[in-house]
Write a protein that binds this ligand. Structure first.
Ligand code: ADP
Ligand code: MG
Length: 770
């Protein structure tokens, strides 16, 4: 009864998992929990939900009428996989649907529902038995995201409950099944953890079908790479400028002119620039056949250094080796100038643009995908033959010593490097160019990445768990338990925020530091806070933000801070440097105008609160966006990311609804257009921000320490050191801040810390403006 498009039928036969349909379904029907391991691209995400659907799961009237739920750690994957599976089965998006924080296509007739793991966690708070589902697939379990780990722990208990109720004959209750899917074989934390699953679940391994991938290490590791948030667009711009269709056409004309001028001169431009020479590297490489090795063994004795002393390792230009490369790519050898078709891929990109990676490139061009690690295991892009691995990933990290959470760019694990290399071998033999040395790989790369729960603050999930009445969090069946100190700290933070009850010293007879001990029970305030899909800090601001008519502003602020800064700061920060790559004087002038326009709108929005707060600057643009009726034109004019603005809009509506449903008397009905706050309201907002970020305060260094610069009058904040609570190094106000070009304030609170060459604070607000 399922009709698949002919090309899908053809492609499906080739997927390794399809031959495993019978053993998988048998295991699922006989066991409450099944673990499936299979290489990325083997068909887990797209096919297993289809196997279940064809066996009757998710269909009313069958033995398993509840929905098939599939969780993903990333929104991009939840959306694109729902679309793909719907397409493969010729079903509508109301039958195969997705739900993410901001958006959903689910309907009463949904059979297969893809969602982020955060969405399912929140559903558990209101429906602990997950009565709407008959089977849950936890995908990408090898990534060990915090939500995934918690989900697996909670679901192990839900399964037991559903089974007990079913055995007791409770009306309408059917057992729930759990499938855990992983791209690596390292599943012992799930399979052999008796606290989690007293009966070890069966593990089904799907045979890999991987072509050999040749690994090329750089001789040296260069630290020069693009660090800021929009690094992908930067790389795309550079590639486009050198290898895009227009650039190649221009170069061809220039070369023609030069060749005509000095006929007989066969020295070609760029032939000696030390760039990657695939063919040369081939000869030097000790090739490694990935097909016969486990990921763990990958590259252990490989030292395939390349003749590359140039940090601009992507700067390859035409020479004979490139003919070779083109031949390998299947391009006509006359076609050495085949332009690159460059597409970016990252989660902030609008969804239609994300889908471009699955479209074949224009004829005669080669597809170049510049991606975050979403392409590492979540998405398989057809036909990739060459992988350039920078060896880094941007991760949420939490410095336990500092107590500061930050996005950090750090080295990946050996397991991740193997995954990335593997992407080159899906359709044929491939090459992986690692922009780091084999020595670095050997000595500085961990075998596997650490589970997120061991690196992150966990007050958010602890609050979620408390709201599900899991009170003794210490006894929770974590796949990898966080240490007790971290759990204790989370409870303490929640106690400070008023989300958990505090026992008085009198009743417990304790003194000193122990006196204010958290009793671990969720308070009414905590219950309210847990209703919001936000970090407890932001939820707390909302709950206490009902004074002076501030609620609509606080809702906008926490929505924007949760989504992330919408401004395209790179326009102001990096276009100068990018211009060096342009050999076209025209572009320079155009960029100059853009920069001017960028600074003009920044100035406009910074005026809210009189140049004292990055948060108010965002509030200003959010308000202006609504008054303009939204739209891409507004976003282009104000240098904000359209997707971020849409998400902020949706999150505002969602939070307003939660507020209205739960705070009796709150005037929070969602009115998109809000007037700018008046001075009294700005003052109240500043106090709320200060209270919410009371542990993220920075003080100008010369105010707390005798420094040589004491008494110096600073013109701007540039280079002025601050001391932040709990951070030993000096911190600096980020160049993108409203405050970067004003006199440095004495006290500020901040939302974010990032480490590059310095420790920068972002999302800064002055506490006591003059
Ligand atoms: P896994 O989950 O095991 O990594 P997937 O089920 O994601 O594997 O992918 C199976 C195959 O489906 C891959 O070969 C991939 O290229 C293909 N595929 C997935 N999504 C799309 C899409 N949107 N368009 C074309 N092919 C796709
Ligand atoms: Mg997958």
């Amino acid at each position: 009864h399922i009709s698949r498009p002919p090309d899908v039928v053809e492609a499906r036969i080739l997927l390794p998992i399809v031959t495993e349909e019978q053993p998988i379904m048998e295991a699922v029907l006989l066991n409450p929990v099944v673990i499936i391991c299979g290489e990325t691209g083997s068909g887990k995400t797209t096919q297993v939900p289809q196997f279940l659907y064809e066996a009757g799961f998710g269909s009313p009237g069958s033995d398993n009428p509840g929905m098939i739920g599939v969780t993903q750690p990333r929104r991009v994957a939840a959306m694109s996989m729902a679309a793909r599976v719907a397409h493969e089965m010729s079903l509508s998006s109301s039958k195969v649907s997705y739900q993410i924080r901001y958006d959903a296509t689910v309907s009463p007739s949904t059979s297969i529902k893809f969602m982020t793991d955060g969405v399912l966690l929140r559903e558990l708070a209101t429906d602990f038995l997950l009565t709407k589902y008959s089977v849950i697939i936890i995908d990408e379990a090898h990534e060990r995201s915090m939500n995934t780990d918690i989900l697996i722990g909670v679901l192990s208990r839900v399964l037991k409950l559903r089974e007990d109720m079913w055995k007791a004959g409770t009306a309408d209750v059917k057992p729930l099944r759990l499938i855990i899917m992983s791209a690596t074989l390292r599943v012992s934390d799930f399979a052999e953890n008796r606290t989690l699953f007293p009966t070890p679940p069966p593990v089904i391994n799907v045979a890999a079908r991987q072509h050999p991938v040749t690994i090329h290490f750089n001789r040296r590791t260069f630290s020069d790479y693009v660090t800021e948030a929009n690094e992908i667009t930067g790389v795309c711009r550079k590639l486009e400028a050198k290898f895009g269709a227009k650039a190649l056409e221009r170069k061809r004309r220039q070369r023609q002119a030069t060749e005509n001028a000095n006929a007989g001169d066969n020295e070609r431009e760029g032939a000696n620039d030390g760039a990657i020479r695939p063919a040369q590297a081939d000869i030097e490489a000790e090739d490694l056949d990935l097909g016969d090795h486990q990921a763990d063994d990958l590259a252990l004795d490989v030292d395939a250094d390349m003749a590359n002393e140039d940090p601009e390792a992507l700067d390859s230009d035409e020479d004979t080796e490139e003919h070779q490369l083109d031949k390998e790519l299947g391009l006509d050898s006359d076609d050495v100038d085949a332009p690159m078709h460059i597409v970016p891929l990252y989660s902030l990109l609008p969804s239609e643009k994300q889908m471009l990676v699955f479209k074949p490139p224009p004829p005669g061009s080669r597809l170049v995908v510049v991606s975050t690690n979403v392409a590492e295991t979540s998405l398989t892009i057809p036909g990739i033959r060459y992988v350039v691995d920078c060896g880094r990933a941007k991760e949420r990290r939490y410095d336990i010593a500092n107590g500061v959470q930050a996005f950090q760019v750090s080295w990946i694990s050996k397991a991740s490097a193997a995954q990335r290399a593997g992407r080159a071998g899906r359709t044929g033999p491939g090459h992986c160019y690692r922009l780091y040395s084999s020595a670095l790989y050997e000595h500085h790369f961990d075998q596997f990445s650490k589970p997120e729960i061991l690196r992150m603050p966990i007050e958010g999930v602890v609050l979620q768990m408390k709201s599900m009445h899991i009170d003794a969090v210490v006894n929770f069946p974590f796949p990898t338990p966080p240490d007790r100190a971290t759990l204790y700290k989370a409870e303490k933070v929640l106690g400070h925020l008023g989300a958990l009850g505090v026992e008085s010293s009198v009743t417990r007879g304790l003194t000193g530091a122990q006196a204010q001990s958290v009793d671990g029970q969720i308070t009414e305030l905590g219950r309210l806070m847990s209703l919001f899909p936000l970090s407890p800090r932001f939820s707390r601001m909302l709950v206490s933000g009902q004074q002076q008519g501030c609620l609509p502003y606080i809702i906008s602020i926490v929505s924007a801070l949760s989504v992330g800064d919408p401004f395209l700061h790179d326009e102001g920060l990096t276009s100068e440097r990018d211009n060096e790559d342009e050999d076209d004087a025209e572009t320079d002038g155009k960029d100059g105008t853009r920069r001017k326009a960028f600074f003009t709108t920044q100035h406009t929005h910074s005026a809210l609160g009189n140049f004292t707060s990055d948060v108010f600057r965002i509030l200003s643009v959010v308000g202006a966006y609504e008054f303009a009726g939204g739209g891409h034109k507004f976003c282009a004019q104000h240098f904000v990311r359209p997707k971020a603005m849409e998400e902020i809009h949706k999150l505002r509506a969602q939070i307003s609804n939660i507020v209205q449903a739960n705070f009796p008397g709150a005037d929070a009905g969602f009115v998109p257009k809000i007037m700018p706050p008046n001075d009294r309201q700005l003052k109240a907002l500043r106090q709320l921000l200060a209270a919410g970020f009371i542990d993220q305060v920075a003080v100008r260094k010369d105010r707390v320490e005798q420094t040589s610069s004491a008494g110096v009058k600073y013109a701007t904040s540039k280079g002025v050191p601050y001391k932040a609570l709990g951070i030993s190094e000096d911190v600096f106000i980020h160049p993108s801040s409203v405050l970067a070009n004003t006199a440095p304030p004495e006290y500020v609170v901040f939302n974010d810390v990032i480490r590059t060459n310095r420790v920068w604070i972002k999302g800064v607000t002055v506490i006591n403006p003059a």
